[in-house]
Design a protein around this ligand. Structure first.
Ligand code: SF4
Ligand code: SF4
Length: 387
C-alpha cells in the first residue's frame, strides 16, 4: 500500500513539474541546474576545524553551550591528512568548514581542499584565507561598526571588508538580529561599495542564550555580556516583518551583489519558522541539516559528532540559519509544487544556495541541458539519494 502511494505521489509530482516546464520552457535549464546543485549538496559534511577563536561574540553559536567541550582538538597534521583523504574517498561532495575560527588553522583547510574540491569556509573574516584555497569564503557580519564593536570587538567590521575586497571567493553573510534591523540598508551599502557579494543570515539563538534570558540571568564577562529579557538579539514576529521588508528592498537595490532571493526571505521570516519541531524532544523533524548517514559533523578531534546537527547549541524552534535552511528547502521540493510561481520560488532558492556556496568559476554554471553528466566529477552516485 505504502509503495503504491509513494509511486503515485512521485508520478503526480513528476507530471506537475513537467507541466510547469512545458508552460515555461526557459525553466528547463534552471531545473537541470537545480538538480545538479542538489547532487553537489547531497553528501556534504561539516567539519569543526579548531576550538579556538580570536573573538568573543555575544551569544556565540560555538562557545555559548557545552558541545565544544566534548572534543579535544587534534593537532597532528598527518592525522588531518589521513582524515580528509578518507572523506574524499568516501565521496563527500561538499565540505562545510567551520570553527570556532577556521582561519586560525589554514593548513588544515588546504588539506581538506586537496581531497574535497567543493566547499566553503565560515569565518569572521579578520584573517585572510590563502588565495590558493578555492572554497567560497562566508564572512560573518553582525551589523555596522558600532554594533560590531559592541558585540564582537572593535575594528572587526572594517578589517573583514578590507581583507576580502576584490576576492572573488568572498560572500558576506550578514546576520540580522533585533538590534541591527535598522542598519540593514547602510551596512549593505558599505559591503556593496567594497564589491563583495552579500547574503543574509537570520539570528538563531542557542538554547543556552534563551535559557539565560528566560531565567533573567545576570550577565557574564564572556558570551552573555549585554543581553537581558527586555533588550536582546532575538527576532520577534514584529522584527521579522521589518527584516523581511528591509532585505526585500536590498535584493532589488543591488542585483548581482545581493545573492539572496525574495522566495527564501519570505519563507524564512514566517513567525512560525520553517521546521516542524517535535514537542517531546525539541528537535526539528523536517530539518535536512540534521546528522544522518550522508550528512555528518566532525568535531575537532576528528570523530563524528553524535549531536543533532552542526549547530547543536541552536534552538530548533527559532532556527533560521541560512545555509541549513536553504539546504533543507532544496530537498523539500514538494513544498513548492502547488503552482508555477511556487516552483519558480524553489528554483530561486536552489540558485541562492549555489551562488552563495560555489564560485562563479564552477562548471555547474555552464550547465545547459537537462540530461547528461555534470561537467566535472562531483563524486556523486545514486546511492546518496535521499531527497
Ligand atoms: S567569530 Fe564565531 S566562533 Fe568566534 S566568538 Fe564569534 S561567533 Fe563565536
Ligand atoms: S539546523 Fe537548526 S533546525 Fe536543524 S537540527 Fe540544527 S538547530 Fe535544529
Amino acid at each position: 500500500m505504502t509503495l503504491t502511494r509513494d509511486v503515485s505521489h512521485a508520478l503526480t509530482k513528476a507530471r506537475g513539474i513537467e507541466g510547469y516546464l512545458d508552460s515555461d520552457p526557459a525553466l528547463r535549464v534552471r531545473y537541470a541546474r537545480a538538480k545538479h546543485l542538489r547532487r553537489v549538496a547531497r553528501h556534504s559534511n561539516n567539519y569543526d576545524l579548531t576550538s579556538r577563536c580570536n573573538l568573543f561574540c555575544e551569544g556565540c553559536f560555538y562557545f555559548e553551550g557545552d558541545d565544544y567541550k566534548r572534543a579535544k582538538e587534534e593537532f597532528d597534521l598527518l592525522k588531518w591528512r589521513a582524515f580528509f583523504k578518507t572523506q574524499g574517498e568516501q565521496g563527500v561532495t561538499y565540505a562545510n568548514i567551520a570553527g570556532a575560527e577556521p582561519a586560525l588553522e589554514q593548513r588544515r583547510i588546504a588539506i581538506a581542499y586537496e581531497f574535497i574540491k567543493r566547499g566553503c569556509v565560515f569565518t569572521n573574516g579578520t584573517i585572510k584565507i590563502d588565495p590558493s584555497i578555492g572554497y567560497a569564503i562566508l564572512i560573518s557580519v553582525w551589523g555596522d561598526e558600532l554594533t560590531t564593536a559592541k558585540l564582537r570587538g572593535g575594528g572587526v567590521f572594517r578589517k573583514a571588508l578590507r581583507k576580502y575586497q576584490g576576492d572573488h571567493r568572498a560572500r558576506v553573510m550578514f546576520t540580522v538580529h533585533a538590534k541591527n534591523v535598522d542598519q540593514i540598508p547602510a551596512v549593505t551599502r558599505v559591503i556593496a561599495d567594497h564589491g563583495i557579494k552579500i547574503s543574509f543570515n537570520y539570528y538563531s539563538p542557542t538554547e543556552s542564550y534563551l535559557d539565560k534570558l528566560a531565567r533573567n540571568e545576570s550577565n557574564d564577562d564572556k558570551f552573555f555580556r549585554l543581553s537581558s529579557q527586555d533588550d536582546n538579539l532575538t527576532l520577534t514576529p514584529e522584527a521579522l516583518v521589518r527584516v523581511r521588508n528591509a532585505i526585500d528592498e536590498m535584493i532589488d537595490r543591488y542585483p548581482g551583489l545581493v545573492i539572496h532571493s525574495h522566495a527564501f526571505n519570505r519563507v524564512i521570516t514566517q513567525p512560525e519558522g520553517i521546521y516542524d519541531v517535535d514537542p517531546e524532544t525539541g528537535i526539528a523533524r523536517n530539518c535536512n541539516g540534521k546528522s544522518f548517514r550522508w550528512h555528518q559533523t566532525y568535531r575537532v578531534d576528528l570523530n563524528v559528532s553524535n549531536s543533532k546537527c552542526c549547530a547543536p547549541n541552536t534552538s530548533c524552534k527559532s532556527c533560521r540559519l541560512n545555509a541549513i535552511a536553504l539546504g533543507s528547502l532544496m530537498f523539500q521540493q514538494e513544498r513548492f509544487l502547488d503552482s508555477l510561481n511556487d516552483f519558480r520560488n524553489w528554483l530561486d532558492i536552489c540558485d541562492q544556495w549555489g551562488r552563495g556556496h560555489l564560485l562563479e568559476s564552477d562548471p555547474i554554471w555552464s550547465v545547459e541541458g537537462e540530461t547528461g553528466p555534470l561537467p566535472i566529477d562531483a563524486g556523486e552516485t545514486a546511492r546518496y539519494a535521499f531527497g
